[in-house]
Design a binder for this molecule. Structure first.
Ligand code: UTP
Length: 297
């Protein structure tokens, strides 16, 4: 099977309950880090990795997400007539070619595995990437691009992996590691959300995957896993013995968990401080704020 990856699935059908009440009317993926929605960071990363077809698995209440990728001719004309070229450039990042994005619906939030399965007809019989937009990853080389390069050597299935404190393993899919070649590890088993004392390691799966189409067949069984959901981890785990192997990839970069409030705030600070146009003012504010808080204690 070819190891070229040109399709990516973005499962965005979750309810985002950790951000209620905001997510009652705003899809989580539209929330911004500085001035770009989370979904834009994921799209940019996928494009950098050579992805050409973008498949969104959406649900009720996500229309703001679909609108975000439409052309905006009136807005563009207004910016053009005022010579606002920088803003125009920023706006055009969100333009997607006609036909490059497809939307499929997940009728009920039955889990991440089920969401990916909903895209099966659009994926067909080729390897594909999955990106969870609430994991935002910074680094010199975008995470998925690193993985696409590594995947050319390994084939099979590949998951992004990162060491987490043992007390946090119960929030992640965790890898039982076979051979460890530093950035690439072979996987003996995957366990979804194990408590610390049952975790086979502290190497956790982060929201970037390159998967063989066999995973979609494994999902056909609709096996209910941890938390009563159809888990992607279980369908990948089944490939360890059936397929061409499963590999963890220790990516280079920093990951922000924007599905949690604390992670989202940390990302906001990091992205604010990374911006040339904001750094000085923002850093001064943070320094003063912390000094005043310490003085008040
Ligand atoms: P999460 O576990 O973070 O769930 O999903 P969530 O619904 O987004 O947020 P909380 O936990 O209620 O706050 C991880 C990813 O899987 C997608 C989500 O949209 C998110 O990108 N997902 C999850 C689906 O698309 N469908 C599902 O049934 C479950």
């Amino acid at each position: 099977m070819s190891r070229k990856v040109t399709k990516a699935v973005f499962p965005v059908a979750g309810m985002g309950t950790r951000f209620l009440p905001a997510t009652k009317s705003i899809p989580k993926e539209i929330m911004t880090l500085v001035d770009q929605p989370l979904i834009q960071y994921a799209i940019d990363e996928a494009r950098a990795a050579g992805i050409e077809e973008f498949i969104f698995v959406t649900s009720r209440g996500k229309s703001a997400l679909e609108d975000y990728f439409d052309g905006a001719p009136v807005l563009e004309a207004a910016l053009e007539s005022k010579g606002k070229t920088k803003l125009l450039e920023a706006l055009r990042k969100s333009d997607m070619d006609s036909g490059a994005i497809a939307y499929v619906r997940q009728r009920e939030a039955l889990g991440l595995g089920h969401a990916v399965w909903c895209a099966r007809r659009l994926i067909g019989d080729e390897p594909f990437a999955v990106l969870l937009p609430d994991d935002v990853i910074t680094g010199d080389v975008p995470c998925l691009e690193q993985m696409v390069d590594a995947y050319e050597q390994t084939g099979g299935c590949m998951v992004a992996a990162m060491e987490v404190p043992y007390e946090k393993t119960s929030s992640y899919g965790v890898l039982d590691i076979g051979e460890d070649h530093s950035s690439i590890v072979s996987v003996k088993a995957m366990v979804e959300k194990p408590p610390a004392d049952q975790a086979p390691s502290n190497l956790a799966v982060i929201g970037r995957y390159i998967l063989s189409p066999n995973v979609l067949e494994n999902l056909n069984s609709m096996k209910i896993g941890a938390g009563g959901e159809i888990q992607l981890t279980d369908a990948i785990d089944a490939e360890i013995s059936n397929g061409d192997g499963v590999f963890g990839y220790r990516f280079r970069g920093q990951r922000f968990d924007c599905s949690s409030k604390a992670g989202y705030l940390q990302a906001t600070v990091a992205f604010g401080l990374a911006r040339d146009d904001l750094r000085d003012e923002f850093a001064t504010f943070l320094d003063d704020f912390i000094r005043m808080r310490d003085a008040a204690e």
